[in-house]
Design a protein around this ligand. Structure first.
Ligand SMILES: [Zn+2]
Length: 458
């Protein structure tokens, strides 16, 4: 039962010179044991290495298959979430692209073009779903600690981006506490195959700087929304402690590289094994109705093809216009706006008339063809898209059985279950200002969850 193991190095400390040595040491170890890993670097860190005459390290990073981007400035205020917290979504996407292009350009110039993105600390932002493709990084390598999406050993598509939030199987903190937690860390990895299904993925998260410091470099300078007058390096471990941490990390990689039933890979290789994102084909109505009865309105797989909730609604609309099974759906993503107070997220709705369902179906199809997005509402007296879907489903289910309406009937918005509740989010990241609660980011994530679909291996 082979599972996929991913090691992610977040390379970010641009104030502590000794962290450059730690990175070089890690590169040596990974070469020694020939273990693939993913290396995500902060723009300012690439610059810091260059200024510190570490061109050899930069050149070694350029040989890595999975070079990623870990934001332009990481914990500098305003961080990504702090800056985008109150912005209108599309403006936020543009702002994300502007500020992150700076770092992408630095990394590209000093190393090579990065291929994936990882959020800095708790700064998971929904804008990535639309911004990363424009930055030529269509892979979001998140994790169970920081993602707004639920932890999953399988990737999901969100809009056009493949999103990973696998379980992190290492102690927290990890490398900073080596060698004390070495046995625990090895055991967590070795147990993974017995606790997972074949082809499930898990990850290990390491900050190279932890091998040489006793406090996080950013907590020293950027804690609770404030910035120190001059940036200070993180407090260092003693020379002896550093040696022990290095040796302990070496032992860790040696052990886990030999663990049975784990295939170590990197995020780019693993993402390349996925079927490309494409619109599914319209199947038989009965199959869709069964899937909706069983799973509600959420990402589903039918006849081997993956559907988002938005695509399911479009499929319903197509049935109401006599479309024939077998045709490819027009591309459709999340609604551009959704979930205001005017259209509350309730799960039970009045049943619309068949005429209203029919005219709504035409509107939904024409909106998808024009804007590639799902309508938020239909009709002149607007009814929400979820209300329309509920009625469209209801009438198809009871086709020809007008007098046998069921006692209770509902179409739960299952796609919302893929988004964590605010209490589960990493808004208590120590760099954020106290009481930082960016609800708007969370609501936009719920809206984008209309586009979530299961990513399938080839
Ligand atoms: Zn980081």
């Amino acid at each position: 039962m082979t599972v996929y193991g991913l090691i992610r190095f977040d390379i970010e400390d641009f104030v502590t010179q000794e962290s450059n040595d730690a990175l070089e040491f890690i590169l040596d170890i990974m070469d020694e044991f020939q273990v693939p890993a993913s290396y995500g670097i902060v723009g300012k860190k690439a610059h810091y290495l260059d200024q510190g005459h570490r061109q050899r390290v930069l050149a070694r990073l350029a040989t890595k298959n999975a070079l990623g981007f870990h934001s332009t400035t990481h914990s500098e205020h305003p961080t990504l979430s702090e800056e985008l917290a109150e912005m209108e979504y599309q403006a936020g996407v543009q702002r994300f692209i502007e500020r992150e292009t700076v770092g992408v350009d630095t990394v590209t110039k000093l190393i090579k073009a990065p291929l994936y993105f990882t959020q800095p600390g708790g700064n998971w932002v929904p804008h990535t779903a639309n911004a990363l493709v424009q930055l030529h990084m269509p892979v979001f390598f998140s994790d169970s600690w920081n993602s707004y999406l639920i932890t999953s050993s399988q990737p999901l598509w969100i809009e056009d981006v493949v999103h990973w939030s696998p379980p992190v199987l290492n102690p927290k903190p990890f490398a900073m506490k080596l060698p004390d937690n070495l046995d625990e860390a090895v055991e967590m990895v070795e147990k993974a195959p017995s606790q997972m299904s074949p082809r499930d993925a898990f990850m290990v998260m390491v900050h190279p700087t932890e091998l040489v410091t006793t406090k996080f470099w950013d907590a020293v300078n950027f804690k609770f929304g404030a910035t120190t007058a001059t940036l200070r390096k993180a407090p260092l471990r003693s020379q002896q402690d550093r040696m022990e941490a290095f040796e302990s990390f070496r032992a860790y990689i040696r052990h886990i590289s030999r663990a049975s039933d784990i295939e170590w890979t990197d995020i780019i290789q693993l993402s390349a094994r996925l079927k490309p994102l494409q619109p599914p084909h319209l199947g038989e109505p009965d199959e869709l109705l069964r899937a909706l009865s069983d799973h509600g309105l959420g990402p589903i797989v039918m006849h081997g093809e993956s559907f988002s909730a938005a695509e399911v609604v479009l499929a319903l609309a197509l049935y109401w216009t006599q479309a024939t099974p077998g045709q490819e759906l027009p591309p459709v993503k999340a609604p551009l706006q959704w979930g205001s107070d005017r259209l509350p997220l309730v799960h039970s709705f009045p049943i619309l008339t068949i005429d209203t369902v029919k005219s709504g179906a035409k509107e939904i199809i024409s909106q998808a063809r024009q804007s590639r997005s799902l309508s938020r509402a239909v009709g002149t007296e607007p009814v929400s898209i979820e209300n329309w879907a509920h009625s469209a489903f209801f009438h198809l289910m009871h086709h020809g059985q007008k007098n046998r309406a069921p006692q209770s009937f509902s179409l739960p918005l299952t796609f919302l279950k893929y988004v964590k509740e605010p209490t589960q989010l990493h808004w208590d990241w120590p760099i954020f200002p106290p009481e930082f609660q960016p609800f708007r980011l969370w609501r936009d994530t719920q809206r984008l969850a209309w586009s979530l679909k299961v990513a399938q291996y080839r």
